[in-house]
Design a protein around this ligand. Structure first.
Ligand SMILES: Cc1cc2nc3c(=O)[nH]c(=O)nc-3n(C[C@H](O)[C@H](O)[C@H](O)COP(=O)(O)OP(=O)(O)OC[C@H]3O[C@@H](n4cnc5c(N)ncnc54)[C@H](O)[C@@H]3O)c2cc1C
Length: 428
């Protein structure tokens, strides 16, 4: 991404500036992952055809079949997808998580005692989360965005400049197209070039760990059970997918993860089986496997003049609680609500009022989640027997107090705190 150019206003003879003034839209979204697409759809549905939404991403329409990741979609996020009409399209591919068990042991231990169990409903008939493969969800979001008239551009946000009058932001796309918007939304992921060009710093650290992701086919039914095994190198999560398959997220030190991923199939299978166990019968890793470097990173501010950050562009957290995408959807729901409320009153959708409201709504919640996942990872990714005893007592206590468990389930479901409308299942 080229660096941000703030003023001067392009001269009248500048062809780019002329085009920028011709093509105008209230909201331009850079990034067509879960966050960008969901926001675009929510805005179009709430504000109708007269509210033009442009979404630019060079990867739009590319096949995601090689992405083996699957996500735990919390109940609140599912309500958002239901409200924007995406859930019916993917419900058949989604596996409800019916219960969850947590164990804490050494790798060589024969028995993995269960310290915590969760029953899986937030309301009768509504599981606290579903598992869905990322490619199925992205494809459904892309289809919905097209059907709802989101203007999709297969190019990157390359450059932007603020007007002297500060009433708009002029954005140049990778194919040299220029668009003048009231608001530029950075939904361009963890390495957000828009965030960098806007001069927004992030704080955080690299965990020195990677999450190995693979899909495992097994002989027996998982019964909708999710398992989180806390092993000395970090959590090993087994998350149920449709059919006799599970998605694993397996945390290891980065070097060890690289080694494991590069093993021939037989060697990989042996390492996998030591952790996965034999409860579900014979297992077989299917499809590609990949290690994702893990870190914590939170932007120092979620907004700048006529710019808002959402999703991983604003924050990246450890997948220990499967909450990264869910957190991004909370941004989407809050920003959509702030924009829609302002636009209905005839106010500027990229004005200071919208941005301040969004920032107030999201910063604290994000910090809280960042600190929680960081603390959990530190507490559980270590080899100290003393710490193990202390945390096992803690898990055992939570397990015996139903009210406390209820609080955790609502947190995990994304239904605690000041929940934006879309996450409550209400249309904007
Ligand atoms: C191992 C692992 C497991 C995880 N498991 C879970 C889970 O179970 N539950 C959960 O909630 N979360 C989970 N997460 C987190 C989740 O995957 C991310 O939070 C989520 O994918 C972020 O979505 P996003 O739309 O913000 O960004 P992304 O999905 O990264 O999308 C960003 C998009 O921006 C585009 N882009 C980049 N640069 C530009 C540019 N200059 N202009 C325009 N477009 C651009 C890219 O092409 C991309 O399509 C997990 C993460 C990892 C690593």
């Amino acid at each position: 991404m080229a660096k941000t150019k703030r003023s001067p206003r392009p001269s009248a003879g500048n062809a780019r500036a002329g085009r920028a003034q011709g093509e105008r839209c209230p909201v331009l979204i850079g990034g067509g992952g879960f966050a960008g697409l969901s926001l675009a759809i929510a805005l179009r549905q709430a504000l109708g055809d007269s509210f033009k939404v442009v979404l630019a991403d060079p990867a739009l329409g590319q096949s995601h079949a090689g992405d083996m990741r699957a996500s735990a979609i919390a109940a609140a996020a599912r309500r958002l997808f239901e409200t924007i009409g995406v859930w019916p399209d993917v419900a058949g591919d989604a596996q409800p998580i019916l219960d969850m068990v947590v164990t804490d042991s050494k790798l060589q231990d024969v028995m993995r005692p269960v310290f915590l169990t969760f029953g899986g409903e937030v309301e009768p008939g509504e599981p606290f989360a579903h598992m869905i493969e990322n490619h199925a969800l992205i494809d459904a979001l892309t289809r919905r965005a097209k059907a709802d008239g989101v203007e999709l551009r297969t190019s990157a946000v390359a450059e932007f400049q603020h007007r002297d009058s500060n009433d708009r932001i002029d954005v140049t796309l990778g194919d040299d197209e220029m668009i003048s918007a009231n608001l530029l939304v950075a939904a361009d992921g963890a390495r957000s070039a828009i965030r960098e060009a806007a001069g927004i710093k992030s704080f955080g650290w690299d965990y020195g760990q990677s999450g190995i992701v693979a899909t495992v086919a097994h002989e027996r039914d998982h019964g909708g059970r999710a398992e989180e095994h806390f092993l000395p190198a970090g959590p090993f999560a087994i998350l149920p997918l449709k059919g006799r398959r599970s998605s694993i997220v397996w945390t290891e030190q980065a070097r060890e993860a690289e080694r494991i991923v590069a093993l021939p199939d037989e060697g990989f299978h042996d390492e996998l089986e030591r952790r996965f166990g034999l409860k579900l019968g014979d297992i077989k890793a299917i499809g590609p496997r990949r290690a994702y470097p893990l870190g914590l990173s939170v932007a120092r501010t979620f907004v700048a003049e006529r710019i808002a950050l959402v999703g991983d562009a604003a924050h990246v957290i450890h997948p220990i609680a499967g909450q990264g995408l869910n957190l991004g959807l909370r941004d989407v729901a809050a920003l959509a609500e702030a924009i829609v409320d302002a636009a209905r009153l005839g106010l500027d959708p990229g004005g200071a009022g919208v941005l301040e409201r969004y920032q107030r709504w999201r910063r604290f919640d994000t910090m809280a989640m960042g600190v929680t996942t960081d603390g959990l990872n530190r507490l559980f990714s270590n080899r100290s027997d003393v710490l193990r005893l202390a945390r096992d007592i803690g898990l055992g206590l939570v397990d015996r107090v139903p009210a406390l468990k209820g609080v955790f389930i609502r947190e995990a479901a994304g239904l605690a705190g000041e929940v934006p409308k879309l996450l409550r299942g209400e249309a904007l």
